[in-house]
Design a protein around this ligand. Structure first.
Ligand code: ADP
Length: 191
């Protein structure tokens, strides 16, 4: 199963991706996690990315393409993947399509998790209290939401044009949302 998860910051993408990974035994590839690891390890990538992430902006496309290309070259991806946080703009979507074509591992389903903007703000405030992410302050969250609306939301249209977009309601409990996602994936005969 080869899936791209789309949704605003705080839509629950990461949580749902982790559950899908367990259920289908396929890798969960989160560019946010990869970048935060690079920052924690103070690698050259991490040093370059930190200030950008702390402003809620996007790390440059060429940097992200190298990162995702390297991750997708690993052998576990042959069993499938759940991409979370990539692609985040149309140019990344096009670059990804090319990389996946070369690997003969095209996206089968793009799942857009839709939530109300007020709920997102509430969830992120809760996460800020629990995890202390340096980009979860109110001002930076507002910027991440703006970047999402302007740059990432059009990616759903890209996958819709390719005939692989499914929209899922992201409200309710974690289990309810998971159930909806699996239902949609299995209806598409991907499981
Ligand atoms: P969220 O889903 O809450 O927006 P992520 O963990 O996916 O958070 O990403 C955190 C930050 O990492 C982003 O705000 C951005 O700075 C950077 N980032 C993650 N993925 C990408 C990407 N594909 N392109 C550019 N920047 C990215």
């Amino acid at each position: 199963m080869r899936i791209v998860l789309l949704g605003a910051p705080g839509s629950g993408k990461g949580t749902q991706a982790a559950l899908l990974k367990e259920h289908y035994s396929i890798p969960h590839i989160s560019t946010g996690v990869l970048l935060r690891e690079a920052v924690a390890n103070a690698t050259p990538l991490g040093q370059q990315a930190k200030a950008i992430m702390d402003r809620g902006e996007l790390v440059p496309d060429d940097v992200m393409l190298n990162l995702i290309r390297e991750r997708l070259a690993q052998s576990d991806v042959a069993s499938g993947y759940i991409l979370d946080g990539y692609p985040r703009n149309l140019s990344q979507a096009e670059a990804l399509e090319q990389v996946l074509k070369e690997l003969d591992l095209p996206v089968e389903e793009a799942v857009l998790i839709e939530v109300d903007a007020d709920m997102v703000v509430e969830r992120i405030a809760k996460r800020a209290a629990e995890e202390g992410r340096s980009d979860d302050t109110e001002e930076v969250v507002r910027n991440r939401m703006r970047v999402y609306e302007e740059q990432t939301a059009p990616v759903a249209g890209f996958y819709a044009e390719h005939g692989v977009l499914t929209r899922i309601l992201g409200e309710g409990t974690i289990d309810e949302v998971q159930h909806r996602i699996r239902g949609a994936l299995e209806q598409g005969n991907l499981a």
